[in-house]
Design a protein around this ligand. Structure first.
Ligand SMILES: NC(=O)c1ccc[n+]([C@@H]2O[C@H](COP(=O)([O-])OP(=O)(O)OC[C@H]3O[C@@H](n4cnc5c(N)ncnc54)[C@H](OP(=O)(O)O)[C@@H]3O)[C@@H](O)[C@H]2O)c1
Length: 248
C-alpha cells in the first residue's frame, strides 16, 4: 500500500486518455466503458445521471466522445436521457479530421423492442455518413424493424437477443475501431459478462444515495473479470479511475 501524492496538473482533461494505445482485439474493435458512479456505486438519481455527475465529470463525458469511432448505448439510457446527435467543440473536430476520423462519432443503440422515437434529432439530424445505428436482433417486431430501417442503419446481431460479440463484430465490420460504451448498466453488464470490455473509465462522484442501480448489472452467474488500474486523476472531490482488462 502507498499514499498517492498530488502530481502535475493536467491542462487538457482528455490528454491522459488520448495517450492510451487502443489496439483492436479479436473482434476488430477496442471497447471502452465510460461511466459515473456515486460513492455507493449508484449509477443514477431519479432515473437519470444529471444529479450524479459533477462539472468535471460532465466535461469529460462530452470530451471522451472525441476518442470514439462509435458511441454504443443501451436503449433505456437513450429513452431516459433523451440522447441527441453527438456534437464536439470545433478544435476537437479539427483534431479528429487530422487523425483521419469523421467529424463526430455515430451513435449505435442496442434494442430488442425497437421502442424508440424515430422523429428524434438523433435520427433526423445526423450526416449521411454518420447515421445513427440500431443494433437489434432478427426476432424484433417486423413493423418496428421496417420503421427502424427507414430512420437508421440497422445492424442485426443475434436471433432472440443482441449477442454482444455479434454486435461488436458488426460495428467493427463497418470500420469502427474504438467503441465507447456509455452504458447503461444493463448493456454494460452484458459486455462485461461476455468478457468484451477492454477498458473502464469510471468517475467516482462524491455523493451517496440515488437509485438501486449499480454501474454494471451482470446477469446472474456471470464470471468475474479482473481489471488493472492504469491511472487515477482527481478534480476537486471527483475521482477519475481508468482500468484495463487484465491479461487474458
Ligand atoms: N452512471 C452512468 O454512467 C450511467 C450511464 C448510462 C445510463 N445510466 C442510467 O442508467 C439507467 C438506464 O440503464 P439501464 O441499465 O436501465 O438500461 P440500458 O442498459 O441503457 O438499456 C437496456 C436496454 O437495452 C437493450 N438491451 C440490453 N441488452 C440487450 C440485449 N442483449 N439484446 C437486446 N437488447 C438489449 C434493451 O432495450 P429494449 O428495451 O429497447 O429492448 C434493454 O431494455 C438510466 O437511469 C440512466 O440514467 C447511468
Amino acid at each position: 500500500m502507498h499514499v498517492l501524492t498530488t502530481g502535475e496538473s493536467v491542462s487538457d482533461p482528455l490528454a491522459p486518455y488520448v495517450a492510451v494505445e487502443r489496439r483492436p482485439g479479436r473482434l476488430g474493435c477496442w471497447v471502452m466503458g465510460h461511466m459515473v458512479g456515486g460513492l455507493d456505486g449508484s449509477a443514477a438519481i431519479g432515473g437519470r445521471v444529471g444529479q450524479l455527475s459533477t462539472a468535471p465529470d460532465a466535461e469529460l463525458f462530452r470530451l471522451m466522445r472525441v476518442l470514439a469511432d462509435v458511441v454504443l448505448v443501451g436503449a433505456q439510457t437513450v429513452r431516459a436521457e433523451g440522447y441527441g446527435p453527438v456534437t464536439l467543440p470545433p478544435e476537437r473536430v479539427a483534431a479528429r479530421r487530422a487523425a483521419g476520423k469523421s467529424d463526430t462519432p455515430a451513435i449505435a443503440i442496442v434494442s430488442r423492442s425497437l421502442d424508440l422515437d424515430w422523429s428524434a434529432k438523433m435520427f433526423t439530424h445526423t450526416p449521411a455518413d454518420r447515421r445513427t445505428m440500431v443494433v437489434t436482433c432478427q426476432s424484433a417486431d417486423p413493423d418496428r424493424l421496417a420503421a427502424a430501417r427507414g430512420a437508421a442503419e440497422v445492424v442485426l446481431a443475434g436471433t432472440d437477443r443482441v449477442e454482444p460479440a455479434a454486435a461488436l463484430a458488426g460495428l467493427a465490420q463497418l470500420g469502427h475501431r474504438v467503441v465507447v460504451c456509455e452504458g447503461g448498466p444493463t448493456w454494460l453488464g452484458e459486455l462485461v459478462a461476455a468478457d468484451l470490455l477492454d477498458e473502464l473509465c469510471l468517475t467516482i462522484s462524491p455523493v451517496m444515495g440515488g437509485d438501486p442501480l449499480p454501474v454494471s448489472v451482470t446477469p446472474a452467474g456471470a464470471p468475474v473479470t479482473p481489471f488493472a488500474l492504469r491511472h487515477v486523476l482527481a478534480d476537486g472531490d471527483t475521482l477519475f479511475l481508468r482500468y484495463e482488462r487484465g491479461p487474458r
